[in-house]
Design a protein around this ligand. Structure first.
Ligand code: AMP
Length: 138
C-alpha cells in the first residue's frame, strides 16, 4: 500500500480545505475531529507523509509523541474528561478511513458511552470553541 497525496488530511495540511485548528508547528497540525466520538475528540496529524504507523519514519514518530502527550493533557484540562483514549487505526479492515497517519485523542466521560467512529458531524461553533479552549491549555 502506498501513500496517496490526494487524501483529505494532506489537503487540510496544504490549506486547501478548512479545519478547526488547535495548533500547528513544523512537525504537525492538531485539529478537532468534525465527526467526534465524544466532546473534545482531537486529531494529531504529522506533516511527514505516511499512510499510517506501518510506513512512518521512526524519527518522525519519536519527534511527534511529546506533542501527542501535550495535546492529551490539554484536552483533559479543557474538557474535564474523566479519561482519554489514544487511538490510531491501520488499514481499512482495522477501521482506518483517512490514509494519512493521525492519532486520535478521545475524551471519555464517566457514564457516557462513546459515539460511533466517524459518526455524526458536530456543530461548527462548538468545535471552534473547543479548539480555542484546548489551544489555551497547550
Ligand atoms: P480513521 O482514518 O479511521 O482514523 O478516522 C479518520 C477520522 O477523521 C475520523 O474520526 C473522522 O471523523 C475524521 N475526519 C474525517 N474528515 C475530517 C475532516 N475533514 N476534518 C476533521 N476530521 C475529519
Amino acid at each position: 500500500m502506498t501513500y496517496d497525496p490526494s487524501n483529505i488530511f494532506a489537503k487540510i495540511l496544504k490549506g486547501e480545505l478548512p479545519c478547526h485548528k488547535v495548533h500547528e508547528d513544523d512537525k504537525a497540525l492538531v485539529m478537532m475531529d468534525i465527526f467526534p466520538q465524544s466532546r473534545g475528540h482531537t486529531l494529531i496529524v504529522p506533516k511527514a507523509a505516511s499512510r499510517n504507523l506501518l510506513d512512518a519514519d521512526p524519527e518522525a514518530l519519536s519527534a511527534l509523541m511529546p506533542l501527542v502527550q501535550r495535546v492529551a493533557k490539554a484536552v483533559k484540562a479543557a474538557t474535564n474528561a474523566d479519561g482519554l483514549r489514544l487511538v490510531q487505526f491501520n488499514e481499512a479492515p482495522a477501521g482506518q478511513t483517512v490514509f494519512h497517519l493521525h492519532f486520535h485523542i478521545i475524551p471519555v466521560y464517566e457514564g457516557t458511552p462513546l459515539g460511533a467512529h466517524a459518526g455524526g458531524k458536530a456543530d461548527d461553533a462548538e468545535l471552534a470553541a473547543l479548539a480555542r479552549d484546548i489551544a489555551a491549555h497547550l
